[in-house]
Structure formats: structure tokens, C-alpha cells
Write a protein that binds this ligand. Sequence first.
Ligand code: PGA
Length: 255
Amino acid sequence: MKREPYIVANWKMHKNYEEVVSFIENLRREEALLARNSVLIAPAFPYIYPAAKAARGSPILIGSQNINDKMEGAYTGEVSALMVRECGGSFTLIGHSERRHFFHEDNHWINRKVHAAFRIGIRPILCLGETLKERESGNTENVLKKQLLEGLEGVEEDKAGYLLIAYEPFWAIGSGKSATADQVEQMHSYCRMVLGELWGKEVAKKIPILYGGSVNAGNAKALLIEKNVDGLLVGGASLSLDSFKKILYDGDLNS
Ligand code: PGA
């Protein structure tokens, strides 16, 4: 049986204070939608605290788009998992493709961040995905496997229950060209198989695998009904409350 989908808003470097707070104040009134979806919002670092305050008492969870792997120290411009938690964050994206490509994060650094999130008790959402070149050269599965195995190295089975995975092909992000539901299902079931090799099938079954990359109101449902799609990570279409609400699932996934 499918549970409520995880719908994660990744606001990237968008929105000001007013916009963050009013979005959440309005969204929290949508009780019927919030009962059918697990809604997570990742604003920019300075807005985690006001966002968490606006969401307090509602089921909306607030988190960050990144963390550093260290707890504290002389790392100018960086933010630790502990700081995110103290500001009211309960999850973090890790290894988003924009971090991998623009900020040169590799699987080993990403792995240390995953451990840091677990150590502090915020849920890591490990993001992975292939470039167009990797897909066209038939390397997608190898790339995903490496990102999973290296990104999750040393993570014990008892932690796996807190982990989320987000499959986001680089070519689909912000391009308006989402992967098809078939392509997504295929890659998600492949990722689940790799997770099964790591921790066994029963554990792998319970790890939510989300899809991201040009998700919008028009394609969200077709993606969510796929067997191995447990949620969506939404960038551009999460910025307006209206389009975000249309992405939230309003029916019964089992019907
Ligand atoms: P997009 O971004 O929905 O704008 O393609 C998704 C993401 O980067 O997480």
C-alpha cells in the first residue's frame, strides 16, 4: 500500500522574508491537502527559522538545501546540520545536482554530509542523477549506483529508515523537460534494487524515493502513481502557492 507522498519544495535562492512567511501561513490552512501529503519546504538558510516559526503546530516540515559536513569551525560561509536543527530544520537536501556541478561536491564529501545529518538527527535527502551525456552513453545505471554506494558508505541499516532518496536527472532540472513516468519508474526500481543489495529488500522497500526535474501540475499525478515513486522534489513549480497546491496529491493513491 502506498503512503502519502512526500512533496518537497526546493526554493533555491528565491523568495524574500515576506514571501516565505506568507506562503507558509497560507499553505498551513490547506488542511485537507496536508492530510494527504507529507509536505517539506527547503527555503534559503536565513529563512529556515522564520519558516519553521510560521509552520509551528502544522504538519509542514522545514529544512535546508545543504549542510556542511563539519559541526563547527573556521569554514567561512558554511552552515552545519546542528545550526539547521537549532533553527527548526528537520531535514536537509544533500548532493543536489546544482551543488555537485556548480560547487564541485563529490560523492565522498556528500557521504560525510549524510553522516553529519544522521549524527545531528535531521533527515538527509540524498539527491542523485545523471547528466545528458551520461544517459546518452548508456551510463545512467553505473552513475546512479556509484552515487548511491559512495554517498551511503558506512551508513548502518538502523539509520536507513530515516533516509530519503531523490532521483533528479541533471538534464530534467529547470529545463521544462521532465523525465517520462516510465523512465522515472525504471530508475527508481533500479535504485531500490541497489539499496536492497546494501541493506536487504525489506529495508529498501521502506526508503522513500522521490523524483525531481521539471515537475509541475501537469505531470505530477502521472509520476506519483508509479509503483516506486514515493514523492516529488519540486523547484520552479513550488515557488507559487497556486502551482504548488496543484502538485499536492488530492486523491487516493491506492484507488
Ligand atoms: P525544477 O527543479 O523543478 O525547477 O526542475 C528541481 C530541483 O532542482 O530540485
